[in-house]
Design a binder for this molecule. Structure first.
Ligand SMILES: NC(=O)c1ccc[n+]([C@@H]2O[C@H](COP(=O)([O-])OP(=O)(O)OC[C@H]3O[C@@H](n4cnc5c(N)ncnc54)[C@H](O)[C@@H]3O)[C@@H](O)[C@H]2O)c1
Length: 276
């Protein structure tokens, strides 16, 4: 029987990358609220010779996940579920706007959406006695703080907590749950944050400099870890939130680069970036 995976937020960025990667191993159910991009991703996957079905919906609503589960179960053996849909919008806490888009809607998409995704996934796995696996997309913001991002950070810390709960409650039945906490990943959302910044080039470079690997990651680098976590190759790995962030959260700050090594590797000794 065909194995099926659900991916939310599949119409763009990291979710799109995950959907493409998982389509190599599964029939994928693509969930998103973007009616323009979702069919395009479905077409890309089909054109590559794989199976994909789209479901338009808001992950903040339980019905979206119920519909995704029904569609997935009708296509084969639903064994994997990825909650990736999410976004962020910053606002200073001392002058917080009376705007649902920076509080309620954010919590609905990132936190409530992941909860209902996990709930429908485990309901499906336990009904069919399937040792399924879940991956929730968290963030470095779930474990480290940045001004103006309190709400986003609450939602991502909640995603990590949710992941542990699923792993503990359903571990006895062979069900695993893990989170992936990306650092800066080049997606339309991140690109937009550069464009919106007063100096887009400086904004991008500041993220590269903060990251010990001195670069921004690619969605495929998240997708590969997600594929591993869902697979039986990770059969004893559960309840973890795995940072995929170029060592960003390991650093105490931005250390100086060894001059000799910088020269040997052709890097700017001040920044560690390739010499332009
Ligand atoms: N890009 C990064 O640097 C980065 C870093 C850490 C974590 N993340 C997380 O990765 C995930 C994907 O981010 P991205 O950068 O690929 O963003 P993106 O904007 O490129 O893609 C997000 C997708 O989620 C969909 N979506 C948003 N809210 C939704 C909702 N309520 N219902 C259904 N679909 C919804 C959007 O339509 C979009 O297609 C998010 O959870 C984000 O918090 C991203």
């Amino acid at each position: 029987m065909t194995e099926v995976a659900v991916v939310t937020g599949a119409a763009s960025g990291i979710g799109r990358g995950i959907a493409h990667r998982l389509a190599q191993d599964y029939t994928v159910i693509l969930v998103d609220l973007n009616p323009t991009n979702l069919p395009l991703v479905e077409k890309e996957i089909k054109d590559a010779g794989h199976q994909a079905y789209s479901l338009l919906g808001d992950v903040g609503k339980r019905t979206t996940h119920i519909n995704a589960r029904e569609l997935a179960e009708s296509k084969g053996n639903l064994i994997s579920w990825v909650n990736c849909a999410g976004w962020t919008r910053g606002a200073p806490m001392h002058d917080f706007p009376n705007d649902p888009a920076v509080l309620e809607e954010l919590i609905n998409a990132n936190q409530i959406g992941s909860f209902w995704g996990c709930a429908e996934a485990v309901a499906s796995f336990t009904t069919r006695k399937v040792p399924g696996a879940i991956v929730n997309i968290s963030s470095v913001h779930g474990r480290r703080a940045w001004p103006d991002h309190a709400v986003y950070e609450m939602t991502k810390a909640a995603v990590d907590a949710l992941t542990r709960n699923v792993a503990v409650a359903y571990g006895p039945f062979g069900i695993r749950a893990n989170a992936v906490a990306p650092g800066a990943i080049m997606t339309p959302a991140l690109e937009k944050s550069f464009v919106d910044a007063p100096d887009p080039v400086a904004r991008r470079q500041s993220l590269e400099l903060l990251t010990p690997m001195k670069r921004i990651g690619e969605p495929s680098e998240i997708a590969e870890v997600v594929a591993f976590l869902l697979s039986t190759r990770a059969s004893y790995l559960s309840g973890q939130s795995i940072g995929v962030e170029g060592a960003w959260t390991s650093a105490l700050g931005v250390p100086e680069i060894d001059n000799e090594l910088a020269k040997r590797y052709g890097l700017d000794p001040k920044t560690g970036l390739p010499k332009s």
